[in-house]
Design a protein around this ligand. Structure first.
Ligand code: MEV
Length: 436
């Protein structure tokens, strides 16, 4: 086995797979599995091959549908891409529940994104702040060609500021740039603008004279998007909260629900899991639409700690009469740019959602997150989570145990309405094998 190899990227796909077989425990008979998930149309396959470096094959993740999320009075069919068994079922259950109670109300508060040029300047801090207004104009001018198309679409650079950070790090400043990116997430657009700004800064005679020099450290968008905010809530009379769990009155359900939210607000261990449940829905939509879920996850979790303590992202208002449950989160998403227009499935998932713009996609993702979270909390405070989760996970267990069709049918009927576990399924299979 060799551990070092130069030129892997120069190999073609099959040569790379052969290399892996020779240099890893992967056996030659498993090679074919990389073909299983290749796109049947040759042209589509090329799209995948060109997306990343050192490509060897496609990695499938299931896509399911949440058939009816009512958002601002409009029914939306939402594709979810997720590997977790119970996510689609949980979102669908909450979506159905809330569809008869007014549905999800959502709004986008703002869609501003930010980028930063980090640099040092060894001149007098008073001087740079005095002359910055003039510099700012030059930076707008220098980027005007780059931003022209985006401006035509209603976006562009909306603000350029100088931030003096010299008290935190010697000679350190930021050019903090605000962007509107219309229907794009905008990462490439933002980074191109920032790199242009950086080049101009380095050349400005006002800053580069004598011993004074601008040294660029880096230019990059910020994935923290506290000004790209979507809000979504559900609301109903407390008395109508009875259906979820027949044994609890609406008031008892709402009170316990509120306790769960209060706990997510005060305890980080619970808050992280609470927010993970929200991201189950959000990420499933982001994946289905080719959006950068790593960027949004980073932003969402930073936002959860914006007041100095990590909290759950939902808030609850409970009176004797009304239950109102709200989610607020930063979501920078796009329906153009990145892989959204080239991935052969994303074209279809956007069609399923009736071609949302970025603003609407933010609302769909937020409603999906709130649906998943509502389902999780409602289960946690009543039946517990495992009943629903393991019911869905049963199929994974059956597939893992390679059962026959008849055995599968018998196991499903045996575990209908009872608690599923891997050990219990295995025991039952042993029993029915003896019977045969
Ligand atoms: C599981 O994927 C998500 C939950 O843990 C979320 C939660 O605890 O709120 C059920």
């Amino acid at each position: 086995m060799t551990t070092q190899f130069a030129g892997f990227s120069k190999l073609d796909r099959l040569q790379r797979i052969n290399y892996i077989v020779e240099n890893s425990p992967l056996t030659a008979d498993k090679k074919g599995s990389f073909e299983d998930y290749c796109a049947t149309g040759g042209e589509q396959q090329v799209l995948f091959q060109d997306m990343i470096e050192n490509y060897i094959g496609n990695f499938p993740i299931p896509m399911g549908i949440v058939p009816h999320i009512l958002i601002n009075g409009e029914s939306c069919i939402v594709p979810f891409v997720t590997e977790e068994s119970s996510v689609v079922a949980a979102a669908s259950k909450a979506a159905k529940y809330w569809a008869t109670r007014g549905g999800f109300k959502a709004e986008v508060a703002s869609m501003t994104k930010k980028g930063q040029v980090h640099f040092t300047w060894n001149g007098n801090p008073d001087r740079i702040s005095k002359i910055f207004q003039g510099i700012r104009q030059k930076l707008f001018q220098a980027t005007s060609e780059l931003t022209e198309k985006m401006r035509q679409r209603g976006g562009g650079i909306t603000e350029i500021q100088l931030l003096d950070k010299t008290s935190e790090l010697p000679d350190y400043y930021q050019i903090d740039v605000s962007f509107e990116t219309a229907d794009a997430m905008g990462a490439n657009f933002i980074n191109s603008c920032l790199e242009t700004i950086a080049t101009v800064l380095q050349q400005l005679p006002d800053l580069n004279f004598g011993d004074n020099r601008v040294e660029i450290i880096m230019s990059i968008l910020s994935n923290y998007t506290p000004d790209c905010i979507v809000r979504c809530f559900v609301e109903c009379p407390v008395t109508s909260l009875t259906e979820w769990h027949k044994e609890l009155t609406g008031y008892a359900f709402a009170t316990k629900f509120k306790q769960a939210i209060d706990i997510a607000n005060l305890d980080i261990s619970r808050a992280v899991t609470h927010n993970k449940g929200i991201m189950n829905g959000v990420d499933a939509v982001l994946l289905a639409t080719g959006n950068d879920w790593r960027a949004t996850a980073a932003s969402v979790h930073a936002y959860a700690s914006k007041d100095g303590r990590y909290r759950g992202l939902t808030t609850i208002q409970l009176t004797d009469e009304t239950f109102r449950y709200e989610l607020e989160l930063p979501l920078a998403v796009g329906i153009v740019g990145g892989i959204t227009r080239i991935h052969p499935v994303i074209e279809k998932t956007l069609a399923i959602m009736n071609y949302p713009n970025a603003r609407k996609l933010m609302m769909i993702a937020a409603a999906s997150g709130l649906a998943n979270n509502f389902s999780a909390i409602a289960s946690l405070i009543t039946t517990g989570i495992q009943e629903g989760h393991m019911k869905m996970h049963l199929f994974n267990i059956l597939n893992q145990l390679h059962v026959s069709h008849t055995e599968r049918e018998r196991v499903i009927s045996q575990f209908n309405g009872t608690t599923v576990s891997y050990a219990a399924v295995k025991d039952y299979l042993k029993q029915i094998c003896i019977e045969r």
